[in-house]
Design a protein around this ligand. Sequence first.
Ligand SMILES: C[S@@+](CC[C@H](N)C(=O)[O-])C[C@H]1O[C@@H](n2cnc3c(N)ncnc32)[C@H](O)[C@@H]1O
Length: 380
Amino acid sequence: MSKIELIATAAFGLESLVAREVRDLGYYHDVKVDNGQVQFNGDELAICRSNLWLRCADRILLKFGEFNATTFDELFDQTKALPWHEWLPKNAEFPVTGKSVKSQLSSVPTCQAIVKKAIVAEMSEHYGIEWFDELGPLYKIQVSIVKDEVTLTIDTSGEGLHKRGYRELTAEAPLKETLAAALIYLSNWKIDRQLIDPFCGSGTIPIEAAMIGRNMAPGLNREFIAEEWPNISDGLWKQAREEAKDLLKTDADFRILGYDQDKAVLRMARYHAEKAGVVDFTDFHPVPVEELQSSRKYGYIICNPPYGERLSNKGEIIQLYRDMGRVFADLGEGTWSFYVLTSLKNFENYFGTRAHRKRKLFNGRIEVNYYQFYGPRPGQ
Ligand SMILES: C[S@@+](CC[C@H](N)C(=O)[O-])C[C@H]1O[C@@H](n2cnc3c(N)ncnc32)[C@H](O)[C@@H]1O
């Protein structure tokens, strides 16, 4: 197998979590964390494993080349000098997209056209043909130029990794699966603690938590673009999928609760849990947050309540957040930990307690904070 440089792209604020996931997969050499991405070294099997396992990353890119270029000739020559034919078969379909930030080569369409021409030139020399019909497997190439540094990548994932294959129906303001998984990791929740999402909507947080609790690879029920590539044998994908199936906990004993006041979204949540293979590890019930109770001690709340930007008006939201503060404080005689994602400024004032930690994240384009309130540990 060859040594390959890979890039796991990630949303703002999730890079360090993705780096931890990469290391946990066993790829701990030369892991580099940057804005919006984590670079690491691997081989063909690493492409399969990282696509199957990374819960918080957006996609896995194969880093094909990196160089400095300030003229179109430099861009052409250095792109052509790369061994494209080693990865792209004669019939490959290879569209090129691009971006340019603070660089002399600022015309993205021209850069894309030059990269395409240079790849065709390299492949022509190797395959001895001038015309490529591009009817075969898809290799999505990206030319990214940041401060004159060019990075050429090939996408190995296809659809973003948040598409696990279980969410078919869309409720209002659903959380991206990658962000939901990140919220759970950031909370350090473990399966021996009761977890409730009192605003579960289409079920993303409970389902992602149940998948984590079962050690279920998030990509097990979907396909990836690189599965069509002749470069990575079917045997490697099979090996990675078999590994993932072997690691799935079949005897795990926990049940995550998802509540919402809207019965229609709860039907959706149950359907998604069924599709995700975690229906026996989740329960969904119509409970308004104002009526939330639990006698279990040391539980966890992880939630994404309405923000008032998209779902309701601000006055109602403020009242809702006041109610949350009152109700959460009583759970398990005051022993629970709470994790709340919201964009509302001054959230803590309404909730009634200062968070132990606050982390800035983005829910889509909305700037949010993840407020973390730590309860006591059992035995404290
Ligand atoms: C932002 S959405 C949650 C989306 C969810 N995380 C998902 O991925 O689908 C907020 C949810 O809170 C629910 N909700 C609003 N007010 C509520 C209340 N007082 N009690 C319980 N649920 C409520 C809404 O029905 C909606 O499903």
